[in-house]
Design a binder for this molecule. Structure first.
Ligand SMILES: [Zn+2]
Length: 64
């Protein structure tokens, strides 16, 4: 989870980013038409300068 690519914020051109995970029920991404026991957290990568989200990843795409 630490592949340090050089990214540049498209909003402020900052180069410092942080990642956060959305989980705990509320913002899980669920496959359509499947049971509640599946689904995946989303990982957001955002600029630490201005908060622009540069990337949203599904943590467990294999569940879909
Ligand atoms: Zn920025």
């Amino acid at each position: 989870m630490n592949n340090e690519q050089v990214m540049t914020c498209r909003s402020c051109e900052g180069t410092t980013f942080a990642s956060g995970k959305v989980s705990n029920g509320h913002a899980k991404l669920m496959p359509l038409g499947m049971t509640f026991s599946t689904g995946s957290s989303l990982i957001y990568t955002f600029c630490k300068e201005c908060g622009e989200v540069s990337s949203i990843k599904v943590k467990d795409p294999g569940k879909f």
